[in-house]
Design a protein around this ligand. Structure first.
Ligand code: PLP
Length: 363
């Protein structure tokens, strides 16, 4: 297998250890003589995986009592509509910091019409192609919840503060979950697609404060009702078995490395290395307006004005050096390198060396 440096935004690089363990489970799961994709999800061997995976989440993220960790299908995009379904009675408030935040808001707006409620946007950074995190906003005190997207995968901005909120706080943490310790008690719910830091695509996680459920008066379709999945311990219907298996191994890898404090330090180091090079290299310019808003997961930059015509050349050069997935999202252009938990420091060093060599050859 050829060696590449994988900077994909998601699905993305996963720990080799987790992939190898998953390959073994595909061949023979837990000594059952069957593949993990052949066993019954009602078997005691599978139940043990479900219990262990939830326990790993609770231990690693230090989740307080009263929260349930759910493993669902449908991706974070389905959560965009499940959130207003389950929590919107009269008013929902949203912070619009990117395309995903916008999509979440759209679902709230649509369902507000159905429920006779209101969805309000408290602040947006759309005026500047989402290149900053809006500051100084106030959340209406009568909102049922306030929705934020902690990491904006496409634009490379991030909110890392677990702030106190005057209303229940709900966060899409699809692309920065498990990259740092989080004070879960500040949130009523945290959700996301697994396919960045916690596993492959196909499973969605939702950390739900159980006491916050059951407060809306409208009917919630069974599969869209978080209570259904809390009561069924994520097995009301057949769960996405294989993605959960890989998630289990990914979390074990993370725990063995030392947990979230260690992971955060590793992420800070990798991220600073790359931003330092983006700032130093005369051929490139970072796209995020304020340094304090820069994401540690997704690093976005473009060619400096003087070298605008070299974008395709750099992409080609980087490709020849084994870099994968550094083309910026189609809505922003330029470059994006996603340095998720499993991205090794060696890959960041290789990318930096590639940027330096390109500068030397072209400036
Ligand atoms: C922050 C964020 N939210 C939501 C999504 C959508 O996730 P899914 O594809 O699981 O629906 C993504 C996908 O990249 C994302 O980055």
């Amino acid at each position: 297998m050829k060696t590449v440096h994988n900077f994909n935004a998601g699905p993305c690089v996963l720990p080799k250890e987790a992939i190898n363990a998953a390959i073994e489970a595909l061949k023979d799961f837990s000594g059952t003589g069957m593949s993990v994709i052949e066993v019954s999800h009602r078997s005691k061997e599978w139940q043990a995986v479900m219990d262990e995976t939830e326990a790993l989440w609770k231990e690693i993220l230090n989740i307080p009592d009263g929260y349930k960790v759910l493993f669902l299908g449908g991706g974070a995009s389905t959560e965009f509509l499940m959130v207003p379904m389950n929590f919107m009675e009269k008013k929902a408030a949203y912070l619009k910091t990117g395309v995903w935040a916008k999509k979440a808001f759209k679902e709230a707006e649509g369902l507000a019409k159905v429920f006779g409620a209101e969805a309000v946007c408290v602040a947006s950074s759309e005026d500047k192609t989402f290149n900053y995190i809006p500051k100084g906003w106030t959340v209406p005190a009568d909102a049922d919840y306030f929705h934020i997207t902690t990491n904006n995968t496409i634009y490379g901005t991030e909110i890392r503060e677990d702030f106190d909120c005057n209303v229940p706080l709900i966060a899409d943490m699809s692309s920065d979950i498990m990259s740092r310790p989080v004070d879960v008690s500040k949130y009523t719910m945290i959700y996301g697609g697994a396919q960045k830091n916690v596993g492959p695509a196909g499973v969605t996680f939702a950390i739900v404060k159980e006491s916050a459920l059951g407060k809306v008066s409208h009917y919630i379709p069974t599969m869209l009702n978080y209570q259904t999945h809390v009561d069924g311990s994520s097995m009301f219907n057949t769960p996405p078995v294989f993605p959960i298996m890989v998630m289990n191994y990914t979390l074990k890898w993370l725990k063995k490395l030392g947990g979230l404090k260690v992971m955060e330090q590793m992420n800070i180091e990798k991220s600073n290395m790359l931003y330092d090079e983006i700032d130093r290299n005369c051929m490139f310019v970072g796209t995020v307006a304020n340094k304090e808003d820069r994401s540690r997961m997704n690093h976005c930059w473009v060619m400096a004005d003087k070298y605008k015509d070299k974008e395709a050349d750099f992409l080609e050069f980087a490709k020849s050096k084994g870099m994968v997935g550094i083309k910026g999202h189609r809505s922003v252009g330029g470059f994006r390198a996603s340095l998720y938990n499993a991205c090794p420091k060696e890959s960041v060093e290789a990318l930096i060396a590639c940027m330096q060599e390109f500068e030397k050859n072209n400036k």
